[in-house]
Design a protein around this ligand. Structure first.
Ligand code: C2O
Ligand code: CU
Length: 510
């Protein structure tokens, strides 16, 4: 379907107002509902799901250390918007179709408030999953200033719930960051980038079958979702009027499967100042930024001296990455900046030479190394089934770090695709990546490196919660587990993989 580009203005999700806020705590109530929203002015309104009547959901703005309680509730209709595959774990016909649970991605949260995939609940909490513990979640926000996001995490239907619209920003700020004098206020804008496909009537399209259909099933999960349309903040190919000055953008890849390699058609530098888990040590000027699903980049773009010019944000990453479907004349376009607004006052914001101190976690501090491999299996319908450690979601827990322990995880990817691996609860640092002999590994289970240790890219040198585990490489990450104990998950953030068993529980023990 043809939709014109750059005819709708970029929406900025509203900042959510708390129901109550005092020096002890802040309380929010957030309802999930179904409603209609204009996604593009040439398209009839689209039925979506959202939080507080907004897709993307409203933005949370909290302070480091602020205690926040959120009552997430489900007020969605009883029928799902999108086709459910009832053969997928957790989505069998013994549970209601419309289930939700919310995870704040990247947050350090007690286990019972983390949005465990089986802690789902239905409308009015009438039915709840086996791990449901409480209606009001608690977030301590004992974290650095950073760009987090919240989204649905229900076992077996996360890809559908997020695709329907259940995602939004959760920003943590603090005094230190304010002292840096970064562009702020109306010059600081979050951008959630997603791909979708629409039917002529404006409704969301999600495939009922993979390219090689499964005749036994009415609906089958697909191994990758590739949309033909790019949305930013819920609008298709929007534009943003900007002043000739610096802006701060929080880039988030909120897509199901699509990777983005972000560039500006002007060829100008993008100044990256932060990663998933907060500010970097110092800004870096880059011409491209790779974002796999769930990765964030905090950036400054300078439109100074560009009066009257248009700058287009473009993308050239194939999906699956790196050797999947290349972008076309549509999916290579993200959005447009029009430098049309007069400068309303002198731009006194800064790109400071130094941002924060970022001590490297010492490899010697690690008390445990875990070797974790991913491989491709086939299910009884002949479909690809990506597993971690060859284990299913329901198999006994094998990753059980001790509270306070530092560990190194070797993510061994013997598959041809890059998988964005995400751990809940903690932020990690990337140590390196290294090619290995895949054949030898598959036969003998031995890692034999065939290349040198490759340090993380400049754009990854900071706190991360999602890392691209590239094909035929061992990616090493290091992290300290805590400050909470209990049940969490680690998984691939390609939502079609996560839903089809590329996810495992892990437990932090005393
Ligand atoms: Cu963004 Cu386990 O999720
Ligand atoms: Cu994956």
């Amino acid at each position: 379907m043809f939709l014109s580009k750059f005819i709708d203005e970029l929406p900025i999700p509203p900042v959510l107002k708390p129901r109550r806020k005092d020096h002890l705590y802040t309380y929010y109530k957030v309802k999930m509902t179904q409603f209609k929203q204009s996604i593009h002015s040439e398209l009839p309104d689209t039925t979506v799901w959202g939080y507080e009547g907004s897709y993307p959901g409203p933005t949370f703005e909290v302070e480091s250390g602020e205690r926040v309680y959120i009552k997430w509730s489900n007020n969605l209709p009883p029928t799902h918007l999108l086709p459910i595959d009832h053969t997928v774990h957790g989505a069998h016909t013994d549970v209601p179709d419309v289930r939700t649970v919310v995870h704040v991605h990247g947050a350090s949260v007690e286990s019972d408030s983390d949005g465990y995939p089986e802690a789902w609940f239905t409308k009015g909490f009438e039915q709840v999953g086996p791990y449901f513990r409480k209606k009001v979640y608690q977030y301590d926000n004992n974290m650095r200033a950073c760009t987090l996001w919240y989204h649905d995490h229900t076992l077996g239907i996360t890809r559908l719930n997020v695709y329907a619209g259940l995602a939004g920003f959760y920003l943590i700020r603090n005094h230190r960051e304010r002292l840096l004098n970064l562009p702020n206020g109306k010059y600081e804008i979050p951008l959630i980038i997603q791909d979708k496909t629409f039917n002529k009537d404006g409704s969301l399209y999600y495939p009922t079958q993979p390219r090689k259909p499964v005749p036994e099933l009415e609906t089958s999960i697909v191994p990758t979702f590739i949309g033909d349309t790019i949305l930013v903040n819920g609008k298709v190919w929007p534009y943003l009027n900007v002043e000739p000055r610096k802006y701060r953008f929080r880039l988030l890849n909120g897509s199901n499967s699509r990777f983005y390699n972000i560039k500006l058609d002007s060829g100008q530098l993008i100044y990256q100042i932060g990663t998933d888990g907060g500010l970097m040590e110092y800004p870096i000027g880059v011409r491209e930024i790779m974002l796999s699903p769930a990765e964030r980049a905090d950036v400054i773009i300078d439109f100074t001296n560009l009066e009257g010019k248009n700058v287009i944000m473009i993308n050239d990453a194939p999906t699956p990455f790196p050797s999947g479907v290349p972008v076309d004349e549509n999916t290579s376009i993200v959005m447009q900046f029009k430098v049309t607004l007069p400068l309303s006052c002198i731009d006194t914001s800064a790109i400071p030479a130094n941002l924060v101190s970022l001590p490297k976690i010492n490899e010697q501090a690690a008390s445990k190394k875990r070797y974790l491999y991913f491989n491709m299996n086939t299910d009884k319908f002949g479909r690809p089934l990506m597993l971690l450690e060859n284990k299913h979601w329901d198999d006994p827990i094998t990753e059980n770090p001790k509270l306070g322990a530092t560990e190194i995880w070797y993510l061994i990817n013997a598959s041809p695709d890059s998988h964005p691996m995400h751990l809940h609860l903690i932020h990690f640092q990337i140590i390196d990546r290294r090619d290995f002999d895949v054949e030898k590994f598959n036969k003998e289970g031995i890692i034999q490196y065939t290349g040198p240790s490759i340090p993380p890219e400049a754009q990854e040198r900071g706190w991360k919660d999602t890392v691209r585990a590239n094909p035929y490489q061992v990616t090493r990450i290091i992290m300290k587990f805590g400050p909470y104990i209990g049940l969490y998950v680690w998984h691939c953030h390609v939502l079609e993989h996560e839903d089809y068993e590329m996810m495992r529980p892990y437990i932090v023990i005393k």
